[in-house]
Design a protein around this ligand. Structure first.
Ligand code: HEM
Length: 501
């Protein structure tokens, strides 16, 4: 009898919750435009079950939902779960620049990442986030970035050498090269551990990151993923566990090596004396040394955020240059004016600031193909969006890709045009129309680091090689697996740079 009563109460409770959620869905659909929904599956029934299909559904420049339904859309996931997509710059500003945003929670969907990244800086919120950000911020001080530039330069030279055999050798997938380069950079700079990924290209870690990000994207739309015990029984759930062993095993080994080096007081080299990992190992959290799991969650966060994002930024920028000879020539001229025709150029941190056209090229590359296509927040207070009072607790997704490719913000958005970022043309643009690194208190802590890395490697490659369009691939098939990627690689051809100076 007790069991039966419990069962009946539980069923009534579930129905009451669903009823309340349905009422909220109806309210949101009344206020925000969206395609028609299935009663149980919401919009998932209308979205193809594969990564490029999902991306196209939302972001296609002609047929995508943001073109059809406007800037702010209510997406309904199974069981009446509302995710409000907001891409009106004024509304984006309200969410990202909210003075309370330091305690802002990330959207619920981020917590699918928790098994991998723990509650490190990306997922943390409130006091924990505040303390961690304070400890980690000095890692990106000017003096340290200046030292990191030497490592980035060295790794760029290695990349140039690795690409030599590919000159006049047909199409290559440049993504495969930039991902190893970025992994080497993050390990040697932030962790103080050189891993030589560029010399051993079959990195298990890189493959595992690729696969887990795909799985996590599928999880966002899956019905069972809401219940961990059910999700664990699915093929994706089981595979995720195997991948986590590889990912955590890798970061554990990096931490261990660095601990041993520090104990023996033998820093690997001058350039990596002070780094992110040392800063963490020497820090105190709540008056105590950080535990192994405190350190690992931050290392996992940095390894992922610090390599997958820059990989995408570099690869898509090189792709755009291969497609636009005029822009590439102008960039080469700017570099050649400073470095002449030397193959052995050393670009310093200070010089990078003077390369204005390079800066515009990189900004435009991150506009048209932002490495992080979506970010999310959970409202911590009622907020008026588009004139509608959206209640505390609502999940908001900011589709950076849609914002950057909206003709109202950037006319003719599909055109790659670095001149958009000439200071004469940026006047009057809403400051929140362009947010590749997000904005506000929870912006990207690695922004400066990333920009140096991207600029340096592009400059070195352009000085050595001419980038030409691929013969086979028409245009990369985009997919947003947390970080923007391409289903069929990012292809181009290389030729020896013809010196004209
Ligand atoms: C092109 C390169 C990069 C892009 C486009 C990028 C973009 C972003 C964006 C959009 C966010 C906000 C995420 C959110 O709101 O959920 C973010 C956060 C973050 N990024 Fe980056 N990122 C890049 C490179 C890096 C690098 C190189 C590092 C580390 C060395 C890094 C570390 C982080 C961390 C730790 C956070 C969380 C910050 C916080 O919440 O306090 N990122 N990044």
């Amino acid at each position: 009898m007790i069991v039966l009563t419990f069962f009946v109460v539980a069923v009534i409770y579930c129905f009451a919750v669903l009823y309340r959620r349905k009422q909220f869905v109806d309210l949101m659909l009344n206020k925000f435009r969206a395609p028609s929904t299935d009663p149980l599956l919401g919009h998932v029934a209308r979205i193809p079950p594969n990564s490029p299909g999902i991306f196209k559904t939302f972001f296609d420049s002609k047929e995508g939902w943001f073109r059809k339904y406007g800037k702010n859309i209510a997406l309904i996931r199974p069981l009446y779960d509302v995710q409000l997509f907001v891409s009106n710059p004024a509304d984006v500003e309200k969410i990202l620049a909210n003075p309370n945003s330091k305690t802002a929670r990330k959207a619920d969907s981020y917590f699918d990442l928790e098994a991998w990244l723990g509650t490190g800086l990306l997922l943390a919120w409130g006091e924990k986030w505040f303390q961690r950000r304070k400890i980690i911020t000095p890692t990106f001080h000017f003096n340290i970035l200046e030292q990191f530039t030497e490592v980035m330069s060295k790794q760029s030279d290695i990349l140039v050498q690795k690409l030599k055999p590919k000159v006049n050798a047909g199409d290559i997938d440049i993504y495969l090269y930039t991902t190893l380069f970025a992994l080497d950079v993050i390990c040697e700079t932030s962790m103080g551990i050189p891993i030589d990924a560029q010399s051993s290209p079959d990195s298990e870690y890189v493959k595992a990151v690729k696969e887990i990000t795909l799985i996590l994207q599928r999880r966002f739309f899956s019905l069972v993923s809401r219940w961990q015990f059910l999700y664990d029984l699915t093929p994706d759930g089981r595979r995720e566990k195997e991948l986590l062993k590889i990912l955590h095993g890798f970061t554990d080994s990096v931490i261990l090596q660095r601990r041993e080096q520090l104990l023996q007081k033998k820093p690997t080299d001058k350039a990596t004396k002070m780094n992110f990992l040392d800063m963490l190992l020497n820090s105190t959290m709540n008056g105590k040394p950080p535990s192994n799991s405190d350190i690992r969650e931050e290392v996992d966060t940095f390894m992922f955020e610090g390599h997958d994002t820059t990989t995408s930024g570099i690869a898509f920028a090189l792709y755009q240059l291969s497609q636009h000879k005029d822009i590439q020539d102008r960039l080469y001229e700017e570099l050649a004016d400073i470095y002449g025709d030397t193959n052995h150029m050393e670009i310093t941190y200070k010089q990078l600031a003077d390369l204005r056209y390079l800066d515009m090229v990189v900004k435009e590359a991150l506009r048209i193909r932002p490495s992080v296509p979506l970010i999310g927040r959970r409202l911590t207070e009622d907020t008026v969006i588009d004139g509608v009072n959206v209640p505390n607790g609502t999940n908001i997704i900011i589709p950076i890709y849609a914002l950057h490719n909206d003709p109202d913000n950037f006319p003719n958005p599909q055109k790659f045009d670095p001149d958009r970022f000439d200071p004469s043309q940026t006047e009057g643009r809403h400051p929140f129309a362009y947010v590749p690194f997000s904005a506000g208190a929870r912006n990207c802590i690695g922004q400066k680091f990333a920009l140096i890395e991207i600029k340096l490697v592009i400059a070195k490659l352009i000085m050595h090689y001419e980038l030409l369009p691929a013969t086979e691939q028409k245009s990369p098939i985009l997919q947003g697996d947390i970080v923007l990627k391409s289903a069929d690689g990012i292809c181009l051809r290389l030729a020896e740079r013809k010196r004209n100076k």
